[in-house]
Ligand binder design. Sequence first.
Ligand SMILES: [Ca+2]
Ligand SMILES: [Ca+2]
Ligand SMILES: [Ca+2]
Length: 901
Amino acid sequence: MDSRTVFVLLWMLLLSTSTGIKLDGNGYVDITIAISSNVPQNNTLIDKIKDMFTEGSNYLHQALNKKVYFKEATILVPPNWNGKEFDKARTESYEKAKIRIDKAQSDEPYAHQYDECGKEAQYIHLTPNYLLNDSVIQLYGPRGKVLVHEWAHLRWGVYDEYSETKPFYHANGRVVATRCSNFIDGLLYNVNADGSLQLCHIDPQTFLPTEGCKFFPNKNQYTDSSIMFMPSLDSVSTFCQANQHNYEAPNLQNEKCGNKPTWNVIFEDSVDKDTLRSLNPISSSPPAPTFKVVQRGQRVICLILDVSGSMATGSRILRQRQAATHLLQIIIEDQASVGIVSFSDDAKTLSPLTTIDESTREKLVNLLPDFAGGYTYVCKGLDLGLQVLSTDNEDVLGDEIIFLTDGMATDKIDVCSQKAINSGAIIHTIAFSDSADKLLEEMAEQTGGIYFSSNDQLTSNQLMDAFGSLTLSTGDYTKDPVQLESVGEITSDWFNGTVSVDQTVGNKTSFVIIYQQSVPIISIQSPSGSTYSETEMSHDIVLKTVTLNVPGTAEPGDWKYSIQTTTLQALTITVTSHAARADVPPIIVKTRMNQQFSDGTKPMIVFAEVSQNYRPVIKAEVWAYLESQSGSAQELQLLDNGAGADAFQNDGIYSRYFTKLENGRISLKVRVKNQDGQARLSLPKKTGAPYVPGYVVNGVVELNPPKPPVSEETLEVGSFTRTAIGESFEVAFTGTTPPNFPPNRITDLSAEIQEDSVLLSWTAPGEDLDQGTAKSYEIRWSYDLQMLRESFSNGHAVNTAAVSPQEAGSVEQHSFNLSFTIQNGTTLFFAVQSEDEQNAISETSNIAQVSKILPDPKPPAISNPGLNLTVLVISLCVVTIVICFVVAVITWAVKRRKRLG
Ligand SMILES: [Ca+2]
Ligand SMILES: [Ca+2]
Ligand SMILES: [Ca+2]
């Protein structure tokens, strides 16, 4: 095993528990709950968070066979709150926190979840009002229990068992409420505008209850599952296990997790699967969680820059200066403190900690190193950097290091790197070239820092992007820089482009042009036609940088830049802006891979999220650029189509599989634009505890207050451009060759019965996951969902000889004759597998179910006869046939009898 492989294995081990949250014995520790700086000070909020976790810990303990509970959590309060009782934050930050408290359009609690089943979600979002206003308990259930519901999304990647879009379905001719378990009992009603109840009606087209019909659960139930359906019910205390799971319910859990019970996903697929299986339960009540309340101050940063001999290669030392200048002049906020250290044979303090303002920015820029030579004594640099950071207050807790190196350490770094990791400082690292030390990933990962890699390609602008992304948000995005453009070209002619400034940005807008050899002719035109020429720009001949700082708020609209060069050279442009208004958060883009490390055996997914104030921006054009250290680049259009790698359509998360893997460090950048005006602000897709409209108590419905209305309008956002980079990642194949991937699992198969044939629709997968064209499809059906799920090959085959797959992403719609008469009231289940040229077979698709129901010319109402009846029956005799439909919402009585038997 070579050292690289050892490193890779250690790294993977490290990353298997890398979200910060860990299990220490039976207790979860290192949970960070961050309050956004948009939230006005209210110390009651801190108490409410503690109450929620304390209550939640007991629910969590019950929910998983007494195996786990919440042990330790840290609450990060915003820098603008006053209080002597807050401790100093170490590496906690808003953007790395897994539980975020911020205002939003609606007070509904949710988990931001868009990865595959069993994968951790991004974060849990709770609003201050959700925590402070006790009326929400009635609507969603006790906060501790709701927290466990959201925790299951966040930590174990399970999905909701209710469905707002498909609240009812047919099972063998009956109408059934979507729920888990099926033993949950209740009644159906429409609620009129005046609050009175009305019987539900059947839609003559779908034969399902019309929109507005709601399921009201009984207040008292005789089942303990499930938390992912309705945590508000008193009897509900655990997750659906195989014997209670409702396999047929058209909910996200079944759709995303292959109809697997939540319990099984937690124990078989989640990040905690191995620990959970081996942990012994603790039978007594768990100890109450302990809390720390911490706060960050102004940023205190030390740049630790490599000036070893290898930095003299090409123009590395110049490029380090250009990028660090960008950081000092544009990215770092006023009042932050910055020191500069360089290292090679020795380390030097180039600047002590200096408070940033208009005059000191320039001073610091002039102190950046411009000469490279000697060895790479990393420890000398790290140690001196830590010393510089402690000069202000004798510690480095919560301070930040920005560490750049392009080579292997000359010295033994195990001891000093561990010291740096344990210091309490956040360490951001930039690997400039593939030979940069392997330690960099680990230092960033372990300290809540960001890790970037950059190659020597002049046009990729990677180093500028890396330094431009070294922000530390407090949750108030109106304070953070927003990158509008970053692009480069090698040309001996024109380098032109358009940057769209939208209404949400415009303040402190800068255009930074870097040239390789000789200064080009630059002209920048505002949307209304005013032209800025070089006389209005500042030109630094040594740094080969021309900057235009647009005065005031840049005019919204299309800004056009025209750059002309007569010598063949590389040119780049970086456009940065800030929010136009203090009360309107800008459109922001975040991008990430589904894993920071790949050995090539599992596909990687690129995600980009485009949002404004937690609302998704949909229908934008999003491209990802994945560039290796050798400079080979791949371009992928990311899609928000709900197929392949993309979990949900139109949720503002754009996704794609990354299949053409290559060994080494890879950087990730996305470019987003909306220049044809299609993009809209939409409503967030919520995965979270459901709002409960009311309960049935002694046969009578007791209504809850209505759900607070949320504006449903989708707003046009106008033209905009954004670029963003994600943390760099690493690929190291275990084998010698890159793997072959099968076509992706089809996740959107749907079926419709037309006479005696069935119309199946799905999005085409590709030869490799969601790229290229697959070779063939195999479609099977059954009357029995479980049979099809467990043994696809035993299903009845559908003749697919006439179907040849279309290119990935295309809509496949095919009608198949099943060559027998489908009886009325029959439910059929369908699934698809696809195969590639190398005979690799995809996972089985989601299972589509369809019932044959003949339309009724006179749609009846659904009555709730005898409110105490648990079986709700009405007969709907269809004139043309002799069959009557039984609308049985609840089969609890029958099933319970069965269960007791
Ligand atoms: Ca300090
Ligand atoms: Ca999506
Ligand atoms: Ca393939």
